[in-house]
Design a protein around this ligand. Structure first.
Ligand SMILES: NC(=O)C1=CN([C@@H]2O[C@H](COP(=O)(O)OP(=O)(O)OC[C@H]3O[C@@H](n4cnc5c(N)ncnc54)[C@H](O)[C@@H]3O)[C@@H](O)[C@H]2O)C=CC1
Ligand SMILES: O=C(CO)[C@H](O)[C@H](O)COP(=O)(O)O
Length: 298
């Protein structure tokens, strides 16, 4: 099969390499020339633009988008407009909001598969876990590609209609936030508790047979090995947050309580400098109690 891949960053390059390794052909495009060159080195046919990529694919286009969620997905689809018809298939493998995916599936002439992708750059060797929404015929047609990109046939499945793949991935990320928070709290107590512990040894022991073993815990073990039990100079600022926010928004809309995921998201936001609410609380304490106002750079 021939696959067009648009977006050749950390994740897109892995899609290219795994699809090539499985014996398929790839036409690759990215706004970044170096990324296109890297894909060409791996054996892909480079394209100069989205339009060029669409032309190179000929009839029955199969295209995988692996660009950042939001405007980049719409930009790529705008560029593809006019080149696509009902026999074509577009996969969005990024972290798009499921409602955007439903909108795009309705707007495009092609069959549209929203594909939640999990596994991160480690998926280069292992393959990804893929949660896919959209028309069944398109999922079946691309099964050889999904077999190649995922860990294998067990590593992907069709979740349901348009939007369901990204919906499941959104919830996956909410769970990811809560798990990270739980490991973080446990290790925080161990780091500040009664014993002087080697946290890499704790994580390694837990990873070997314990109820709470997991890949995230293996990453904890790696972090303590590389940074030390006190995490060295790693800052307490945690970036990201969009997929966790969407999970909480959806839970509110569905009236489903998920206090752990909400709390984990809040902790992440609380890690950012200059939180307005904390600054206001600081100033209000002066208002009601004439407590001293802590000023920046003091
Ligand atoms: N990095 C990770 O661990 C994971 C990322 N994702 C999702 O996968 C998607 C891609 O992520 P990464 O590869 O990490 O991002 P990245 O930033 O490494 O790569 C994105 C690539 O897309 C290219 N690009 C942006 N706009 C483009 C356009 N209009 N046309 C062509 N190329 C364009 C950029 O030049 C860049 O090379 C995102 O939606 C992300 O949320 C999903 C699961 C895990
Ligand atoms: O999807 C992922 C992991 O599963 C990606 O790492 C994603 O970038 C996480 O983003 P955020 O922390 O903003 O939710």
């Amino acid at each position: 099969m021939q696959l067009g891949v648009i977006g050749l960053g950390r994740m897109g390059q892995i899609v290219v390499e795994r699809v090539l390794d499985a014996g398929h052909d790839v036409v690759a495009f990215d706004l970044d020339d170096d990324a296109v060159a890297a894909a060409a080195d791996a054996g892909a046919t480079p394209a100069d633009s989205v339009t060029d990529l669409a032309e190179a694919l000929g009839d029955e286009k199969r295209i995988w988008l692996m660009v950042p969620a939001g405007k980049a997905v719409d930009a790529a689809l705008d560029d593809l407009e006019g080149s696509l018809d009902a026999d074509d298939i577009v996969v969005d493998g990024g972290n798009s909001h499921f409602e955007d995916s439903v909108r795009r599936a309705e707007a495009t002439d092609a069959a549209y598969l929203d594909c939640g992708t999990s596994g991160g750059p480690a998926g280069a060797e292992l393959g990804f876990s893929l949660m896919i929404g959209g028309p069944e015929w398109a999922y079946d047609e691309l099964t050889p590609i999904f077999d190649a990109v995922a860990t294998g046939p067990e590593g992907h499945d069709r979740m349901g209609p348009a939007g369901s793949g990204h919906y499941v991935k959104m919830v996956h990320n909410g769970v990811e936030y809560a798990l990270m928070q739980a490991y973080g709290e446990g290790f925080e107590l161990l780091a500040n508790g009664r014993y002087d512990l080697d946290l890499e040894a704790v994580a390694r022991t837990w990873n070997n047979g314990a109820v709470i073993r997991s890949w995230l815990l293996e990453l904890c073990e790696e972090a303590f090995r590389e940074e030390g039990s006190d995490l060295g100079d790693v800052d307490d600022y945690v970036a990201g947050g969009s997929t966790g926010t969407w999970t909480v928004q959806e839970a509110l809309e569905q009236e489903v309580p998920l206090p752990l995921i909400y709390q984990a998201l809040s902790e992440r936001f609380a890690s950012r400098d200059d939180r307005f609410s904390r600054r206001l609380a600081n100033r209000l304490r002066y208002g009601f109690g004439r407590h001293e106002v802590a000023r920046k750079d003091e």
